[in-house]
Design a protein around this ligand. Structure first.
Ligand code: 5GP
Length: 210
């Protein structure tokens, strides 16, 4: 993105992180339906495919060797090891969408977000929080998908991840899902109206830099 005349606008990166159980995945799924110009980045991962997941849609599922080759080839904008598996965002995925003028939504962990903050400093970083840890535990137990020790690990991870929220641009407490979705919608709308993001287009229309 640039405010100089003659330079076309490029899409914005919206980076969303959250502890497990905060509703981030559902929020991300809903938000891309609201903004037709917003595309969700599909990450590469070494973890096994879960029932119902599709290769190339939920993730690109690759072998540890393929992932290591991509790291060596510097193909990733960021990558991290999360819960014993590797996850990464390909530079090509981001650049293809941005060059097409689309905004890109990335659902990535705090380590990946920290890497991107250094390289894509015009990205917008959003952290989703549970109302508190008691409610987080209640939600994780309510899902009925995780064994007690897995729930304890997720709570311990949340305690470690939540302090990282201070490095993000926006914080959304997901106390009520629709309200959280409204907040995320407002953030994306407001960011799109920033002068620096509007100028490249408006400059031509109104010949602003004559
Ligand atoms: P899951 O395996 O449950 O789909 O995702 C586990 C965690 O990995 C989530 O916190 C998710 O945000 C994170 N994640 C997914 N894709 C990426 C990625 O490309 N990079 C990083 N750093 N984290 C990712």
């Amino acid at each position: 993105m640039s405010s100089e005349p003659g330079i076309s606008p490029r899409g914005t990166l919206f980076v969303v992180s959250a502890p497990s159980g905060t509703g981030k995945t559902t929020l991300c799924k809903r938000i891309v339906d609201i903004f037709p110009n917003l595309r969700q980045s599909v990450s590469f991962t070494t973890r096994a495919m879960r029932p119902g997941e599709r290769d190339g849609v939920d993730y690109f599922f690759v072998s540890p060797q393929t992932f290591a080759d991509m790291v060596a080839a510097k193909a990733f904008a960021e990558w991290a090891e999360v819960h014993g598996n590797r996850y990464g965002t390909a530079i090509k995925t981001l650049e293809d969408w941005r060059n097409a003028g689309c905004d890109v939504l990335l659902d990535i962990d705090i380590q990946g977000a920290a890497q991107l903050r250094k390289t894509y400093d015009q990205g917008v970083f959003v952290f989703i929080l549970p109302p508190d840890l008691v409610e987080l535990r209640r939600r994780l137990e309510g899902r009925g998908t995780d064994a007690p020790e897995v729930i304890e690990r997720r709570i311990a991870n949340a305690r470690r991840e939540i302090p990282e929220c201070v490095h993000y641009d926006y914080l959304i407490v997901n106390d009520d899902f629709e309200q959280a979705l409204n907040r995320l919608t407002s953030i994306i709308t407001a960011e799109g109206c920033r002068t620096a993001r509007m100028l490249p287009t408006l400059a031509k229309t109104f010949d602003l830099f004559r």
